[in-house]
Design a protein around this ligand. Structure first.
Ligand SMILES: NC(=O)c1ccc[n+]([C@@H]2O[C@H](COP(=O)([O-])OP(=O)(O)OC[C@H]3O[C@@H](n4cnc5c(N)ncnc54)[C@H](OP(=O)(O)O)[C@@H]3O)[C@@H](O)[C@H]2O)c1
Length: 312
């Protein structure tokens, strides 16, 4: 099978498409023939070696987190899906594998694909919408949230999920993506190229730093007395802030997404009822993987880049 791999960390030219043996499943896994897979900033960070301590030095290293595809085989411990089902989901942890024709993935990380959306749209959602859901499900209707980075993959899911949960959403993006973010339901918009976010005259129960260019101390003044700063960036400073604020009124939290069936089912319901819509920037063939990494690194994608893996 064809798969995207790296044999060393580096620039996009270390990405290769090679032939690998078909993966063999364990009792708790399913073999999926991948139709479409999403591209994520995480793929570029892993390629560059930013998470070397976690991704290790065992090569080839496969990339790719979330996917939509056909179930080809299931281990005897996997009961919720069957051969022939079409599923969506994401790989947890640091060694990927979704940018390949087949993947052996834990059954607990995939669930039935929502109806009413295309396979490419289904592949676009798992990682980013699970991240947004797991960050926001702790909050109650009526609370005020600020979303930084609202027009990217996680941001477009976060704005919609925050609205489903009944939050009041103030979002920031640049002028080029204002119409998109407005169409997703944001109540108020701030153009971060025109206004200094840290000096906004407002208070929020949640500051969701999706883009990750702030930190807890820099936005404490924007938080209510028991407000929470949530970041998607798992670095030592952010983990330290989360630890040291455990018993203070204002708190910091680092979100580390985990795919699971219950959350995928909750998201499926929102997709099928039209409350959560995938936002696709572009679709590329797997052979364009280097160009896709270059495009991701511009940090200018609106919604998701999706890779077409299998020709239907
Ligand atoms: N911890 C976890 O479990 C987890 C899970 C998923 C993602 N993440 C991380 O979350 C981050 C965001 O992921 P993503 O998929 O949403 O990224 P993305 O789709 O690549 O984000 C692109 C967006 O960033 C916006 N942007 C660029 N510069 C900005 C700035 N200075 N301020 C605010 N927004 C800016 C752009 O909008 P404009 O052009 O409008 O500025 C663009 O739409 C990444 O670091 C990713 O690795 C972490």
């Amino acid at each position: 099978m064809k798969a995207v791999v790296i044999y060393r960390y580096g620039k996009p030219d270390v990405l290769q498409i090679v032939d690998l043996p078909l993966p063999r499943i364990k009792p708790d896994e399913a073999l999926i023939k991948v139709r479409f897979a999403a591209a994520n900033p995480k793929d570029t960070f892993i390629r560059k070696g930013r998470f070397k301590l976690l991704t290790g030095w065992r090569f080839p290293l496969q990339l790719g987190s979330d996917l939509c595809g056909d179930v080809i085989e299931v281990g005897h411990q996997v009961n919720h899906i069957r051969v022939g089902d079409v599923v969506w989901g994401a790989v947890n942890g640091w060694r990927g594998g979704a940018h390949a024709e087949y993947i052996a993935i834990k059954g607990a990380w995939v669930a039935h694909k929502p109806t009413g959306i295309s396979d490419a749209e289904a592949a676009a959602l798992p990682l980013v919408s699970l991240t947004a859901l797991q960050a926001l499900k702790q909050f109650k209707a009526g609370q005020r949230i600020f979303i930084n980075g609202a027009s990217g993959g996680v941001g477009t899911a976060a704005v919609q999920i925050a609205k489903v949960l009944g939050l009041h959403v103030t979002a920031t993006c640049s002028e080029r993506t204002v119409e998109l973010v407005k169409s997703l339901g944001a109540d108020e918009l701030v153009d971060y190229t025109q206004q200094d976010i840290k000096r906004l005259d407002a208070q929020f129960d949640v500051f969701f730093d999706v883009f990750g260019n702030f930190h807890f101390s820099s936005v404490q003044g924007l938080l209510t007395h028991d407000g929470r700063y949530i970041t998607t960036v798992p670095n030592p400073r952010n983990f330290w802030d989360a630890l040291r604020t455990r018993f203070t009124y204002q708190t910091a939290q680092v979100i580390v997404v985990q795919s699971n069936i219950a959350d995928l089912e909750r998201l499926r319901n929102w997709v099928e009822t039209g409350q959560l819509k995938p936002v696709i920037d572009s679709v590329y063939p797997l052979s364009d993987i280097r160009a896709v990494h270059e495009k991701l690194e511009t940090k200018r994608t609106q919604g998701k880049i999706v890779l077409e893996i299998a020709q239907q």
